[in-house]
Design a protein around this ligand. Sequence first.
Ligand code: CP3
Length: 351
Amino acid sequence: VDKILLRALRRQKTSRPPVWFMRQAGRYLPEYRATRAEAGGFLNLCYTPKLAAEVTLQPIRRFGFDAAILFSDILVLPHALGQKVWFETGEGPKLDPIKGGADLAALSPNRLTTALAPVFDTLGLLRGQLPPETTLIGFCGAPWTVATYMLEGGGSKDFHVAKTWAYREPAFFRGLIDLLVNSSADYLTAQIDAGAEVVQVFDSWAGVHSPVAFDEWVKRPLLHLAAELKRRRPHVPIILFPRGAHPHQLEAFARDGSGIVDALGLDTTIDLSWAHKALQPRVAIQGNLDPVLLSVGAPQAKAAANALLQTAADTPGYIFNLGHGILPDAKTEAVSAVVDMIKRYPLHEGE
Ligand code: CP3
């Protein structure tokens, strides 16, 4: 079968847009909460292939998404490099922060593929269990976003620590970014060899920089990573999600990433009719329903989803998704209403 997501990523004609949701596996699903309890801890869930494959499949079974995204986390990479990483319930991720050159030098990129073997085993299990029409997506965090967690020791509101390193010790900071570019390239290559058919790079905190810093710490590393992957595995489509990037920065990705970047993920703030005109002629676009609408209810979510469809769905190279990850209080009936609506597109009169 010629999978619908792969066709859309090549900007070939499809009968309707493909649909999947960022963070589609997670706490809004009772079956996820049950498996997570069985795993006894979030990292255990990520590193137990049978359970990680199970939670990856849960939203596919329930909603029939066109793609399954590997169940893991962006922070398994620093963990595999040897940094201490743990998850406290209700508090988000915690890390033992990198405090300088010695901590950086102590990281060990050469044990990466051994440490992440369970992730590759999960992908192998999924290849055997997914419906034939469903695409398997691998992912990692972008160098900048992962670096913020490594330096801040967890989430941050203003990125004071990470930015201070970048401004005060640019050589050290660049060393960390380059290490992450190289390890992410190795990590994604191994995910592809284990069965990932598409990869997405999440730059969740791309939107917090000055214009100069954006080019240095978001654009350059993302294009470097994407170019390296394209060189190694030319047939595998690459989706970049620089959340918070401004329209002219997205345009620069589409232009300077020509032949390297296959699709751009758009956050909720981006005007899809602008992206349709400015980006879709060059790259596929993915997005960007406000995830909060899925917590509000089916009627509101469907109305907004319909507006997105009217804007971009009749041109090849549109992938329906959210503008950021699904929230823990999302209503499953709103999710199924939206997915069913996409799958019935083009809608007939009276719908
Ligand atoms: O999309 C999927 O279904 C695949 C799984 C996935 C997770 N995290 C599972 C997860 C993916 C693609 C991610 C990416 C991720 N992780 C990002 C980038 C995307 C984004 O949302 O911006 C970031 C920044 C992280 C780091 C991270 N992991 C945070 C900040 C948190 C805590 C916030 C929260 O939602 O609790 C996590 C934990 C996490 N990762 C959970 C899940 C399902 C919740 C953990 C739990 O079950 O308690």
